[in-house]
Design a protein around this ligand. Sequence first.
Ligand code: FES
Length: 374
Amino acid sequence: MENLLPKARQAEFHLLKLAKKQQLTKNTFALEFEIPELLKGNYKFQAGQYVTVKYLSKGEVFQNDFSMTSAPFEGKIALGIKINNEESSTKDLYDGFEVGDEVEVSEPKGRFTLISKPHEFRTIIGFAGGIGITPLISHFKNILHTEPRTRLFLFYGNRKTEEIAFKNELDALAKKYSERLQIFYFFSQEPTTDNLFHGRLDERKLKLIINQILHLDDTDEESTIWDAVDEVLICGKGDMIKSLANACYNNGIRKKNIHFELFEEYNEDIYPQEKDFPLVEDIEVDFKLFSKNYSTQLNDNRIKLLQQLLIQGFPVPYSCKSGICGSCECILEEGEVELLENEYLTEKEEKSGKILACMSVVLSKKIKVNFDLI
Ligand code: FES
């Protein structure tokens, strides 16, 4: 899928040979790259990460981020990509390269990752919308392979059956690991025999899922499957993520256990702000990003720093927007902010002036921050 996240910190690119190209559905396709022996170390990755692919479309150089569908143990870089419409640059990516051609691919990056716990009995659930399935396939394959006791539930929403990307691969996984993996498909534009599976994945649907699917737990008669959920993985469009992340949180899952990857530009906060602050207006912001210095003005401090810079069109890196992943980490060199939530920085880092822009409310008339930490 064309992942429209702002470009993260500068990436190293290498030419990789295209080993496989396959159409998946009418508007999705898969690419697979060969990693030469010499570059094996550069392309080590964790499940849930992505690469940037550089290619030409209508005379313009595009750099788009695509999540990997491969798991680390498979030793390959495999991607799932969507062609949004005839004009989409990804159509030229599909048409412009054949097996054997060399393509510029960045080294893997991204924070939509989980710490592996091979010795634990975990319950992990995933929600995916459309091509948002890609990093979840990587996670699920990885967990099934490396955590023999962990059970997984996948809730995957599409408009219609024929639009399900990777259906064969998912069904094969569900068959191979039938004791530990259950997959449920939801359709928004196709009738279903059970109404539970009709409609979008959102807060209302989550309630039904909890009551009708994640209820009785065979492994523990005194609680429900939902009570046992350790981690939640969500990938898709912003509104779906916002709705499901809040619904999971309101149903007892801690924010640090709700992981998500946004597959589009999204300027809204995922979680509502729960605290009031004295109003500060006409704020001057100087910041350094990718070796460039910028100056801008914020009308007031009602919206957090990252959001304000994104709304103004600055390519500030982000992923979770909720103080968990560290993508928006920066140093406060001047001024004052309140860091509302922080699951990423250590106490020592906070003391040294590091902040997370996504969780920072500006409290002074002028601030100066530096995103170039390396
Ligand atoms: S975007 Fe994840 S911590 Fe700010």
